[in-house]
Design a protein around this ligand. Sequence first.
Ligand SMILES: C[S@@+](CC[C@H](N)C(=O)[O-])C[C@H]1O[C@@H](n2cnc3c(N)ncnc32)[C@H](O)[C@@H]1O
Length: 388
Amino acid sequence: MKSTPMHKRIKRHIIGPDHDFFIATSPSLNQVCHEELLSYSLPVKDSEPVPGGVSFKGRLSDCFCANLFLRTANRILMRIDEFKATNFTGLEEKTARIPWELYLQENSRVRVIVSAQKSRLYHKDAIAQRVLSAIHTRVPVSTESLLDQMVFVRGFEDRFTLSLDSSGDLLYKRGVKQHGGKAPLRETLAAAALRLAGYAPEKPLLDPMCGSGTFSLEAAMMAKGIPAGWFRRFAFMDWPAFKNESWEYLKKQEEKRFRVFDHPLIFASDQDENACKTLEKTIADKHLSDVARVDCMDFFALDPSRISHEPGLVALNPPYGLRLKNPNENKLFCEKILRQLLRDYQNWSFILVLPEKNALKILPPGVIHRVLPVFHGGLSVFLIIGKI
Ligand SMILES: C[S@@+](CC[C@H](N)C(=O)[O-])C[C@H]1O[C@@H](n2cnc3c(N)ncnc32)[C@H](O)[C@@H]1O
């Protein structure tokens, strides 16, 4: 970075000091996300799970790394300022005092997202418009630019917190899949499930109703040591404080640690031939074929002992919801799956993502270790972890 007065200000105010960050997660995944954050040994401070996510203090480089590494986070916000405002003049004046030129490139397309509760200012569109025009007094913003930047404004009891989104697209979008599949799991949920089930890359993973392959792709990236955000961009890459050379250096160092497997330990399968073909192509395109393999077959015809002598982890997210019209069909289908697990998967750990818990009654005591209610595709479902 050249040493112009602007660059010096960016260094002193943005790159050098610690900032407050907020990692937004799905409601029940803040604990697992916090554990994940700690597992990367980043030099962050005061990290803790809070409602809706995880907060931490750290430098800008920690925020960049958290975006790159975290598999269970939805997005990461950088707190910019907090102040009291009871009228629009105050809101505008205080917003215009923020040195936006240090945070935003000229002509970014800024979108202001507002939530306001128990505040005298509550009209979201009006707040957004005032904040945008205050930003515009410091740095020209454009409605046509490709540099998309979200600013989050949260008002509560007349106090307003302004944050900059560092992620861009939600982080579950890994830039890996070019396909959607029928009812794909969110990558963040699959990653959380794998963590909670203690997925170990040296043991086999079966994903026998793989669909678009979320469990398998997440596990493959974990096994090879490929960071969650390896294949995508982030909003912070357009910030004036972002240095591409440092980023490329960090990625090069990470790449040196990627692992190569001499035989696959992740086995994805599905009865849907097209889903299998598409997943196979994704695995090949992303150079994951050393660790993951795809076969087209019926789960009920699968004999795990023919795939692996050693028990591992089986992850199942069977179809449910609108496609099974009779609600009892969900339960019967889940029971059929559980019977299959009890018969053929002795000593295997399992992950189940199911719409209801009634079917679980057929499992003997002690088999289930954890049941976590989660939201998935607008439905409330259960993430169940256990061992047969
Ligand atoms: C909810 S989707 C799984 C979505 C997947 N977790 C993902 O992230 O894309 C359920 C999948 O189960 C598959 N399936 C249903 N019955 C099956 C069976 N008997 N054997 C194998 N696959 C089956 C369907 O083809 C579908 O792809």
